[in-house]
Design a protein around this ligand. Structure first.
Ligand SMILES: [Zn+2]
Length: 191
């Protein structure tokens, strides 16, 4: 899914799992960072190649970011491979599970929010990529399995997604204007 949507859905998730106190609101940066990292790290080798290449770095990165399968810019093998491994690893529930096992028990709340953001990215991307549009290998490197979902780049998906986001935020906004309907919220917001 696109990065803005990842950030917005992570924010909605935070509102669902937390009490929206000012302390929890301050953690949004960690959650959003976790939700965006899987789509940022694999662009690093591409950016390095683009910076030291012959053409415009901006054009090269843009061509990579907007590519559909088979239309990616021609890149050296090391760029393609490191980018692929980084993308697959950070979209893997296996790797996220291992890291969570290591970090969650003794980790502070910031790291836990980072992990939750990461998990939200994997969950969303598993179902919003299709077999024809960069399928997400959720159990990489143990399995090549991927879910043939509704590709997020289709116009119908984008329209539906942003309509849903708008409706959810509208609902959140309306519920805030009626604090008497959710006892406790007003106290927490004031505290
Ligand atoms: Zn992704």
């Amino acid at each position: 899914m696109d990065m803005l949507s990842h950030a917005l859905w992570a924010d909605i998730g935070r509102r669902v799992i937390s009490d929206n106190s000012s302390e929890k609101r301050r953690l949004i940066g960690w959650l959003v960072a976790g939700a965006l990292l899987p789509d940022i790290l694999h662009a690093i080798p591409v950016s390095i190649w683009a910076l030291f290449g012959t053409g415009s770095p901006w054009d090269a990165v843009l061509a990579y970011a907007l590519a559909t399968p088979g239309t990616e810019p021609l890149m050296p093998a090391w760029v393609v491979e490191t980018s692929r491994v980084a993308h697959c690893s950070l979209h893997s529930a296996v790797l996220a599970g291992l890291v969570s096992l290591l970090i969650w028990p003794g980790g502070n709340i910031q790291l836990r929010y980072l992990l939750l953001g990461w998990w939200s990215h994997i969950l969303i991307d598993t179902f919003t990529h299709s077999a024809a549009y960069y399928p997400v290998r959720t159990f990489y490197p143990l399995s090549e399995w991927s879910f043939d979902g509704w590709a997020w780049n289709s116009p119908a998906f984008i329209a539906t997604n942003y309509l849903l986001l708008g409706l959810v935020y509208l609902g959140i906004g309306l519920s805030r204007q009626r604090p008497w309907e959710s006892p406790g919220r007003q106290e927490k917001d004031i505290a």
